[in-house]
Design a protein around this ligand. Structure first.
Ligand SMILES: [Zn+2]
Length: 134
């Protein structure tokens, strides 16, 4: 699958992001949102825009590492082709590698939150159930 970068910042979160946060809150009530939209560059790099700048990424903090892995694996399982990248606890799923969980090489290992990116601005599935969005 093609990785869809953020070429220019949007003006706010996408419908995908808003639904993803609602889905995550339902799956993991003890966790909390760290946000969707943030018009910034990728951390540690001066060039590319973060997917948060396009409102196509969510950051979610579960109560602890164990629950974080449950949520991250669950979303990867149901991820559908909308999901292009998940980063958590020094590992990544999807992205350019697209072969399950592999070590994340970027500067921020995401030990304390799950980062989930979408290819699309408008959701086609719920990221925690795989159910279609009508
Ligand atoms: Zn993030």
């Amino acid at each position: 699958m093609t990785y869809v970068p953020c070429n220019r910042p949007a003006t706010g979160p996408t419908p995908w992001c808003q639904l993803a946060l609602a889905d995550l809150a339902a799956l993991d009530p003890a966790g909390r949102s760290l946000g969707c939209y943030n018009p910034r560059r990728v951390r540690g790099r001066s060039g590319p825009w973060s997917l948060h700048a396009c409102g196509r990424a969510v950051d979610w903090r579960s109560a602890d590492r164990r629950r974080g892995w449950e949520v991250a694996r669950w979303v990867a399982w149901f991820g559908h082709t909308d999901i292009q990248l998940i980063i958590f606890d020094g590992q990544q799923w999807g992205g350019r590698f697209n072969r399950g969980w592999v070590p994340f090489q970027g500067p921020d290992p995401h030990y304390d939150h799950i980062h989930i990116e979408s290819r699309v601005a408008v959701p086609t599935v719920h990221i925690t159930t795989g159910a279609p969005v009508n």
